[in-house]
Design a binder for this molecule. Structure first.
Ligand code: ZN
Length: 221
């Protein structure tokens, strides 16, 4: 899943208005931020096999540290704990930990049975990616709902707050659609390089947006 993860981050802003949108992105995307780094290091494995699902040509051979349920529970608790210790914001613990774990649930729905419960376990997946129409319907609906919740929970403080947000909303949506119709990536190195760059870019962008928007009702993030 791709924009469905971002949908949950956008929606979570309403529940935890004091947490930056960038941090909510880190939490929901934690698995996919860690994954390209671990693939680059050779710790996790992916191959490119066009046709393996209708939607993605990626065969996720092994990713126990970034994508198993147990590891994501551990990563989620760690991330939420470090966040609470460094910022003093106590109210966000379960939202941040929950977003990290939500990645597993959403990927379990979309992936082939390649999602481990813990490193070395059997693998599970409901395979939404075997249906192009259902994948797009589910993700676009989630994305629209998440963005709508974010738009009603926050408002722009200036032009940057308005246009940087719409720029990111459009960029994520266009890259999602582009991904659906583009040819398979040329190499595994291309996958993790693009993954690392895109991950960093979206985080900086979300941080920038958050500084130029305020929560409706006056709670300053
Ligand atoms: Zn993932």
């Amino acid at each position: 899943m791709f924009i469905g993860h971002f949908a949950l981050s956008f929606a979570a802003k309403r529940a935890t208005p004091r947490v930056s949108l960038a941090m909510l992105f880190v939490a929901a995307q934690f698995a996919d931020l860690l994954w390209p780094a671990l693939v680059a290091l050779g710790i996790e494995q992916v191959t490119i096999e066009p046709g393996i699902t209708v939607v993605t040509p990626l065969n996720f051979i092994s990713y126990p540290y970034s994508h198993s349920l147990v590891m994501l529970v551990i990563w989620g608790a760690l991330l939420a704990f470090v966040y609470r210790k460094t910022t003093g914001k106590r109210d966000a613990f379960f939202v941040l930990a929950g977003l990290v774990v939500s990645h597993w649930v959403l990927d379990f729905v979309t992936h082939r049975p390649d999602m481990p419960l813990y490193p070395g376990s059997a693998k599970f997946g409901l395979g939404l990616w075997n249906s192009f129409g259902a994948t797009v319907a589910v993700e676009v609906t989630m994305y629209a709902a998440g963005v709508w919740i974010y738009l009603t929970a926050t408002r722009a403080r200036d032009a940057i707050g308005r246009w940087a947000l719409w720029g990111l909303i459009a960029l994520l949506f266009v890259s999602y659609l582009g991904n659906l119709v583009s040819p398979p990536p040329p190499s595994v190195a291309a996958i993790y390089t693009l993954g690392l760059i895109a991950g960093a870019l979206t985080l900086v962008w979300a941080w920038w947006i958050d500084r130029h928007r305020e929560v409706v009702g006056g709670v300053r993030p």
